[in-house]
Design a protein around this ligand. Sequence first.
Ligand code: AKG
Length: 267
Amino acid sequence: MNAPSAFTRADIRTHYQAQGFVHLHGFFAEPEVESLRKSLAAFHENWLRQNEALYCKGAINSAYLTDDAAAGKATRRQLFQILGDSRIAQLLEALVSEPQAFLNTQLFFDPKNPAQPNYWHRDIQYAGLSLEEQQAQFCRMNMFHLRLALRDEPGLELMPGTHRRWDTDEEFAVRMKQAGRRVDEPLPGAQVVPLSAGDLLVFSANMLHRGLYGMGRFAFDMLFCDARPDLLRYARRSCLPSEEELAGVDCPQLFTRTRQVLDQAGL
Ligand SMILES: O=C(O)CCC(=O)C(=O)O
């Protein structure tokens, strides 16, 4: 991985398995970050114009950035090159043995209202599964957020180890707003991970976590998951690269796996 992160490949797996996340300092160099920041600032300005109502209602992210109707051709190409960069593919291989496939992208920014509270959650709680199914499945799948900070930001607050264990009673009450608890209350044992521009934070989408707002944050999240139809049903074909776009990508298999799964499952 890039120089300032002292992690070896073996360290990455060990740290991820124990904690559910890995913070890689300076994963992308400033010229790469600067170029992406510029492209995505233009994308975001356009998104804000088209989604003003959503932003006013509290949106903190946009998604499907690689959709063929979302960004211009050059930006789309740039995003595919980053998503399919060999450093990303090597990182995913270091994390887990199961082959990973491209799922989606998101751009995280601050809410319009600086006082808007954040919220503890596990991504799986939004998948339309019963609580029993969530509990049975959350630790039997890999779904990763790879957050690339494009500016310095407060980062995320993560509950170490919760990619492998279910909530304590207190965590559950807070996350589900039960027993008079608020979803943005502090929880014991949580770890704050502030990020500098160029850092990459890999974390399990299914661990207990919340975003920290402020500092004009601007972060590009790349989502990858096991090559399984139940997870990739959220992937959009329109967000995958064409044959021609794929030709400029280091590791096309991150995308071709997605396409294969969608084809095989008739999705
Ligand atoms: O940064 C945020 O506001 C939330 C991020 C998050 O929850 C996620 O990526 O699943």
